[in-house]
Design a protein around this ligand. Structure first.
Ligand SMILES: Nc1ncnc2c1ncn2[C@@H]1O[C@H](COP(=O)(O)OP(=O)(O)OP(=O)(O)O)[C@@H](O)[C@H]1O
Length: 261
């Protein structure tokens, strides 16, 4: 069994006055990509924020929260171990930022390059490599604001990969992408999974979980409703109960299709 990079036991996580995760337990391991699903407000983004060290559970004697085997961690160190792709990050860059610098500035934890930032040859090579992996080298000298939504999303993934993290976290990566851009994004994710990255994919769409991700975790009101092989978890009964709709689920080549029953 691979080492866990996230171990949470009996954790309650508050967001303002809301217990966004309640008595929550979950283990995620290197080498096992997962898809996390659940209705709006179920706690998916909160779970990702625990994983990226941005929020912590309430301190209780029986609560455990370990990231990469540590009870305490530095955000700087986590940044090297976890690549994070949040669609809202697109808006953090000036439209005239060079697409290449969107990727490169990740090495300084910055959202854009300033004049005084200097980068070594090795750092530039890491950016070139991440950009090449996403197939966007030809776009790297364009202004970020002139790229399509799908192209910008690819640059955000390259930005997340520039540290060569073992774990890549993606929060609803296909939001606002058209059909073709979503398909192309999913194929980029498949390549990353095949290349050995562990993906943590939050999605509202069972149909975009690639065959390379077998484990599905369903959240409901801050708790884990179901966790296991996706064919078991994404059943008409469980999904239908969660969303309050009669649903039909079919499978083909590791892909899931959900329709009204
Ligand atoms: N900054 C905040 N302040 C107060 N409450 C918050 C905050 N962030 C999240 N919450 C609340 O915590 C709960 C879980 O929110 P979270 O964003 O984790 O859900 P989610 O499953 O990611 O939802 P969605 O699918 O809508 O993105 C919700 O009830 C939400 O209103």
């Amino acid at each position: 069994m691979h080492e866990p990079f996230l171990e949470i036991r009996n954790a309650t996580v508050w967001r303002g006055d809301t217990p966004a995760l309640k008595n929550f337990s979950l283990t995620l391991r290197h080498g096992e990509s997962v898809a996390i699903l659940g209705p709006n407000g179920a706690g998916k983004s909160t779970l990702l924020k625990v994983l990226t060290g941005e929020v912590r559970p309430e301190a209780n004697p029986d609560t455990i929260c370990r990231l990469f085997g540590e009870d305490l961690w530095s955000l700087e160190e986590l940044r090297h171990r976890i690549g994070v792709v949040m669609p809202e990050d697109v808006a953090r860059f000036h439209p005239e930022e060079l697409a290449y610098d969107v990727v490169l500035s990740s090495l300084r934890g910055a959202f854009g390059r300033t004049r005084d930032m200097r980068f070594s040859r090795a750092e530039k090579a890491a950016a070139d490599q991440a950009i090449a992996r996403l197939g966007i080298t030809a776009l790297a000298q364009r202004d970020f604001g002139t790229l399509s939504s799908g192209e910008r999303r690819r640059f955000l993934i390259a930005r997340a990969l520039v540290h060569d993290p073992s774990v890549l976290v993606l929060d609803e990566p296909s939001t606002a992408l058209d059909f073709a851009a979503s398909l192309s994004l999913v194929s980029a994710l498949r390549e990353l999974a095949v290349a050995g990255h562990t993906l943590v994919l939050v999605t509202h769409h069972p149909g975009e979980i690639p065959p390379e991700i077998d484990r599905a975790i369903l959240l409901e009101r801050g708790t884990v409703l179901a966790d296991g092989p996706k064919r078991k978890v994404l059943s008409p009964r469980t999904l239908g109960g969660l969303f309050g709709l009669p649903l039909a689920v079919s499978w083909s080549g590791g892909w899931c299709t959900v329709k009204p029953a």
